[in-house]
Ligand binder design. Structure first.
Ligand code: RB5
Length: 148
């Protein structure tokens, strides 16, 4: 199950991606917002991220105008590794090296077709582990208040 969330600015792209994911056989759950009425991205991004950390959803895709607000909010949730991507190379490496579990997209930055390409690459790539595990463990140490 893939969690989806957006603010008003990301709403149309989120719905487009929801339909696209369904056409590819993915199950999704939309955590809001549910219209283009102005709202605050942190609320919806947070709800989708909690669904990832409580195990209800495997990953989340968040959409706001730039992807930046969503990614900032998402990375405040313990256990979330969110990346904002506007091209597929970073999306791929964020899975291979950083084990990203949340993807943030900017509806005012990427068009629908590029967003789908980024999403495909992000979903199809896996974490490579090894030395990269040590590095994401260190990032988690920061989250847990350890001095490095
Ligand atoms: C809303 O206007 C916009 O600020 C929001 O969608 C997002 O881009 C924030 O990072």
């Amino acid at each position: 199950m893939i969690a989806l969330a957006s603010d008003h600015a990301g709403y149309a792209l989120k719905k487009d991606l929801e339909e696209y994911l369904a056409s590819k056989g993915y199950e999704t759950k939309d955590f809001g917002t549910f219209s283009e009425e102005s709202c605050d991205y942190a609320v919806y991004g947070y709800r989708a991220c909690r669904a990832v950390t409580d195990g209800t959803c495997e990953k989340a895709v968040l959409v706001c105008g730039t992807g930046i607000g969503m990614s900032l909010a998402a990375n405040k949730v313990k256990g979330i590794r969110c990346v904002v991507c506007s091209e597929p190379f970073s999306a791929k490496l964020s899975r291979n090296h950083n084990d990203s579990n949340v993807l943030a997209l900017g509806s005012r930055v990427v068009g629908s077709e590029l967003a789908k390409m980024i999403l495909d690459v992000w979903l199809e790539n896996d974490f490579e582990g090894g030395r990269h595990q040590r590095r994401i463990d260190l990032v988690a140490d920061i989250e847990n208040g350890k001095e490095l």
